[in-house]
Design a protein around this ligand. Sequence first.
Ligand code: NAI
Ligand SMILES: CC(C)CCC[C@@H](C)[C@H]1CC[C@H]2C3=C(CC[C@]12C)[C@@]1(C)CCC(=O)C[C@@H]1CC3
Length: 350
Amino acid sequence: MATRSRPVSKKCAVIGGSGFLGQHLVESLLEKGYSVNVFDIHKGIQNDRVCFFQGDLCNVQDLQLALEGVTTVFHCASPAPSSDNRELFYKVNFIGTKAVIRACKQAGVQKLILTSSASVVFEGSDVKNGQEDLPYAKKPIDYYTETKILQEKEVLSSNNPDENFLTVAIRPHGIFGPRDPQLVPVLVDTAKRGKMKFIIGDGNNLVDFTFVKNVVHGHILAAERLEKNSAICGKAYHITNDEPIPFWEFLSRILVGLGYDAPRYHLPYLLVYYLAVMLSLVSLLLKPFLTFKPTFTPMRVALAGTYHYYSCEKAKCDMGYSPLVRLDKAIEETVQSYSHLRRAGSTAEM
Ligand SMILES: NC(=O)C1=CN([C@@H]2O[C@H](COP(=O)(O)OP(=O)(O)OC[C@H]3O[C@@H](n4cnc5c(N)ncnc54)[C@H](O)[C@@H]3O)[C@@H](O)[C@H]2O)C=CC1
Ligand SMILES: CC(C)CCC[C@@H](C)[C@H]1CC[C@H]2C3=C(CC[C@]12C)[C@@]1(C)CCC(=O)C[C@@H]1CC3
């Protein structure tokens, strides 16, 4: 172990370590010689090399054991955006994050790295090469994002070098990669139901999709650069692949890679957007009698039909970030990892 750059005594905790990003983060931290405690409400991680603590982050007592002797905490837990549960978003992302900060301070944790989201500045209209000085969205695209804003503000304002408590927020966008429960499975499911035939808008809108290993790299760099007097204290950073791609081209490459047809027919953006708004109202009205989850929600349509890509220059400059894996390689690795979702009878093709 003498060759490792980080001593094993560097103990950190990953809150949300059973999740998609959390698991990749844990694996990378272990590879780098950190010792890792995982805290999560679900035991989704099978790894003998970590200490697992099951609990709800809203509960300071639950957190205490997991944070004992820990110097660095990564907070990447959140209810899934698709859960569409306002109360839960507020409780976990806002009240729960306050509990995390309190527990960190009580346990003498020195660094807190929050996984925020680039969507905190997105209001459903084009963002091109957005920088971190964009104001928070006044009308966020959904309630999940509204609570991500509250959460980020709370974490950044708790940065206090005098108390030896330093914080930073990482804002990824469109995370994808092996084991993602959200993007590829939703795409494949939609394609299987014959609903992936249409391109919303002209199809030229550039978007950031960020490979999970690059997001992890950004988090670990931030943790390592977070020192008293460093430029990154109390700041937010976009972490992207730095290769914006047309939204529909990205989706098509994943779909074709897995043997499905790429969407071909164009529909006007505003028409689909207002249809999605109407559909979500109908589903709300019918809720007491019948539950159905529309595939094309206003939030998804806004994400699918507008430009939303962000500059990661500030992360490059302040923490020496640059993506480790290029987009082509990342798509290839992702498609290969989803061989179980490949269309029956299709052969591998990239
Ligand atoms: N997936 C994406 O494209 C993006 C995700 N993010 C953020 O990245 C972070 C990680 O996202 P994913 O890994 O995709 O989500 P995920 O759903 O795979 O993982 C979240 C984890 O948090 C845990 N969790 C939820 N509530 C909890 C609670 N009360 N106490 C303890 N653990 C709890 C879940 O059990 C899960 O293991 C989240 O903060 C999300 O907001 C930000 C930008 C984009
Ligand atoms: C049915 C199709 C129109 C769209 C299918 C793909 C979507 C499931 C994904 C495309 C962009 C993704 C995205 C997120 C979730 C999954 C997508 C909508 C986030 C909302 C996840 C949480 C965030 O913080 C922001 C992400 C933006 C991009």
